[in-house]
Design a protein around this ligand. Structure first.
Ligand code: GLN
Length: 485
């Protein structure tokens, strides 16, 4: 048998079902490796003892009908986990222990998975490099001076370093797909309304979606199948028939029409990304797909619109952290003083920046000029996609304009940090599904990703395309475990 740690999630599931490995063996192997991997700073909370006990319990009375039988998983610390600290990587929630479970994580546990820990992320999921976390930045297993991307950087790093066989993240403007691209893994943002937002610490409610991050496309389909459900506890959850994505996976995409949007050829995109995109087109042609040039004319306005809508919603969502109801509280001379001190000491700089921008664009006098305008732009972006999808089945773009950057490189330049999301943000604004798959390496051997964008609820379609491309690309993630030695 191959090294346990090298097996995919789907392999692990099969081996548990055929009684070749026990849950305890898998769980203890992942825990040991996680313990040796502290340098990456991927975990903010470990639940190792609890997990070992749960795995023993599973092995005594195994239920092989479960989709994730006794499989250990670490998850982004934005998902509320009952009786387990949930911080959103913020000082303001440093000691917050939820009394309830998020629906998405509940779905995982219901299918037999076991929580091994909570993973670092950008504070309140605001960031593209995992440098805004109150618990320190996360390091990429690809290279010790690289960011893993953000905001689901702990998830990406833990997965690429094999500290968990699969994981989950959230994506408001790219936080699953961008770190997936930076670390050579697969990441999918589902259609808005596919995965319940109940129990996920809110950032921008009209954009936030949870999704899987995995080693390959098959695992991604399996995780999505477990995560996605209709949930009356989330008023934006959509009641549609969710297919069995993993058993439906179809490698034959002959005749599919794939759009190439000309507006995604942006300034500042490296020639390596340009080449990668070209290669992606050729892979698709080899798979029998038809390549069609398309236009998404309002692409240029997506980032500015996002950086109005997302902070606006964030400023409103984060108003609840006042030192009274949740987490951290600073002493004050009176109530207002306590609020002010709590919020100024409890939030980090990036979060404060978003709250200030958001409050500004929602204030009377500026609401029409900024917020309302941004909402109108959002609609135009959605229309662009609707028009494109009259002609094509899916759209192929790079996931990011460059490979992973160095720690500290963009930290003091928020605009250049925001530019990272240029290819991912439009997908959130339009509520569409998008998947990033590893597609090659740059000259430094850093991974590069390609993104496939689908029609609403056509997760199956983009998974199939990704599946067939994956076979052609044959990407192998190589890390030399430098952080363990
Ligand atoms: N990088 C983007 C931001 O900082 C997206 C974050 C996310 O998707 N959570 O807003």
């Amino acid at each position: 048998m191959a090294n346990l740690i090298d097996l995919t999630l789907s392999d692990l599931v099969n081996k548990v079902k055929s009684k070749e490995i026990s849950s305890k063996e898998i769980t203890s192997t992942y825990i040991d490796r996680s313990k040796q991997s502290k340098k990456l700073n991927a975990y903010v909370e470990e639940t190792f003892d609890r997990a070992l006990k749960s795995s023993e319990k599973f092995d005594t009375k195994p239920d092989f009908k479960k989709k994730l039988p006794g499989i250990p998983l670490a998850v982004k610390d934005l998902f509320c986990t009952k009786n387990v600290k949930t911080t959103a990587s913020s000082k303001i929630l440093e000691n917050f222990i939820p009394s309830y479970e998020s629906t998405v994580t509940e779905n995982l546990w219901n299918e037999g998975a076991i929580l091994i820990g909570k993973l670092n992320c950008d504070e309140f999921a605001m960031g593209s490099s995992n440098e805004t976390s109150h618990f320190g930045n996360v390091i990429s297993p690809i290279d010790d001076n690289l960011v893993p991307g953000g905001s689901s950087g702990g998830s990406a790093s833990a997965l690429a370093a094999k500290l968990t066989p699969a994981t989950i993240g959230t994506d408001t403007g790219g936080s699953i797909r961008q770190p997936a691209s930076f670390t050579g893994i697969v990441g999918l943002k589902p259609t808005y309304g596919s995965c319940s937002r109940y129990g996920i610490v809110a950032f921008a409610s009209s954009l936030d979606q949870a999704g899987p991050m995995t080693r390959d496309v098959k695992d991604c389909a399996l995780m999505l199948e477990v995560m996605s459900s209709f949930d009356p506890k989330d008023s934006t959850s959509i009641n549609f028939k969710r297919p069995n994505y993993s058993s439906n996976l179809n490698i034959n995409i002959k005749g599919k029409k794939i759009g190439i949007p000309k507006e995604y050829r942006v300034d500042g995109m490296t020639s390596e990304i340009e080449k990668l995109w070209e290669k992606g087109k050729n892979y698709l042609k080899d798979c029998g797909a038809e390549i069609i040039d398309i236009s998404l004319p309002h692409t240029n306005y997506a980032l500015p619109a996002y950086y109005i809508v997302a902070p606006a919603e964030a400023s409103s969502n984060l108003a609840r952290y006042d030192g009274v109801k949740y987490g951290f509280r600073a002493d004050g001379e009176n109530l207002i003083d306590m609020y002010e001190k709590t919020r100024s000491q409890g939030f980090g700089d990036e979060v404060k920046r978003r709250i200030m921008i958001g409050t500004y664009v929602l204030s009377s006098g500026y609401y029409d000029a900024y917020y309302l305008k941004a909402q109108k732009v959002r609609k135009l972006i959605k229309n662009d996609f609707d028009n494109a999808f009259n002609k094509v089945d899916a759209i192929l773009t790079p996931s990011t304009p460059s490979s992973a950057f160095k720690i500290g490189d963009k930290k003091d330049d928020p605009v250049s940090m925001y530019l990272n999301d240029i290819f991912t943000v439009p997908v959130n604004l339009a509520g569409l599904p998008g998947i990033s798959i590893p597609a090659g390496l740059d000259k430094n051997n850093y991974p590069l990703g390609l993104q496939i964008i689908g029609k609403p609820f056509d997760e199956q379609g983009i998974l199939d395309i990704a599946y067939s491309m994956e076979e052609k690309i044959n990407f192998k993630l190589k890390t030399n475990d430098w952080w363990i030695k």
